[in-house]
Design a protein around this ligand. Structure first.
Ligand code: SF4
Length: 258
């Protein structure tokens, strides 16, 4: 299926506007009536991640624990050539990840610390709107932005639409590059796009995402935003949090505590 440039731009632009104006419940969210807004949703679950940068700053060993656990669980190969790199969870300088939120007076230790990045499982994901084959979609029941690699035709519109660089393209066959293989998870093929799935398969078995399980300091927390009593809601109530590029209206569901 072909999508011309004009249609592509209208889809991505429309996606941003949808998040701001399309859902009545956002008005209730904006008015601070969070639980009223949640009550209006059909779904009872909205998975989200909280990343506590205050903890990570003091535990640099956790970056590798988190990234390696994800790579191992999902058969993500390590590729040294940056042009071919596959990233589900990765680290980035705070200054680059949150450039729009920074001011000159941030402490240097924050500005140059590493942060953990991943797909934000946006509530209003522009990547979904541009996919011509519905190989990527947002699950109604819990908000996870999924991928079906068998339906992906490798057009990479989703990569162009994602403002967070959360998607990677398999320029080469990843299988020969895997040192270890997790037989419970499918390996991808050359020519398809991939990204973090919030460990949807583990969640369906009642487990935590691999990155959260591997992070022993509790810097990563995963839970249901629609459950007022969940730990993640408590953490977000009691702490100041930021999200990446909030001005785009994508409503990222990965929150950072600074
Ligand atoms: Fe899509 Fe990017 Fe948002 Fe993930 S972070 S849901 S890939 S727009």
């Amino acid at each position: 299926m072909k999508i011309d440039r004009r249609k592509f731009l209208s889809l991505t632009g429309g996606a941003a506007l949808f998040g701001l104006a399309g859902k009545a419940s956002y008005e209730a969210f904006a008015a601070g009536e969070v639980d009223k807004a949640i009550g209006e949703h059909k779904a009872k679950t909205r998975w989200a991640m909280v990343i506590d940068l205050r903890i990570l700053k003091d535990h640099p060993e956790e970056y590798d624990n988190i990234i390696n656990a994800c790579n191992l669980d999902h058969n993500v190969p390590k590729i040294d050539d940056e042009r071919h790199e596959i990233k589900w969870v990765w680290k980035e300088d705070f200054h680059h990840a949150f450039i729009e939120q920074e001011n000159f007076f941030y402490p240097n230790e924050v500005r140059h610390m590493n942060v953990i990045l991943m797909c934000n499982h946006c509530d209003n994901p522009p990547c979904v709107n541009v996919c011509p084959t519905q190989a990527t979609w947002k699950r109604e029941e819990d908000g996870i932005v999924m991928m079906d690699w068998h339906r992906c035709i490798g057009c990479r519109y989703c990569m162009a639409a994602c403002p967070y660089g959360s998607r990677s393209f398999n320029w080469v066959d990843p299988k020969p590059l895997l040192k270890e293989m997790n037989g419970d998870f499918p390996a991808r093929t050359k020519g398809v796009v991939e990204k973090c799935t919030f460990c949807a398969s583990r969640i369906s078995q009642g487990k935590q995402p691999a990155c959260v399980e591997a992070c022993k300091t509790g810097a990563l927390k995963f839970g249901n935003l629609y459950d007022r009593e969940s730990e993640i809601r408590k953490v977000l109530r009691d702490n100041y949090s930021i999200r990446r590029k909030p001005e785009l209206g994508t409503q990222p569901e990965v929150y950072y505590l600074i």
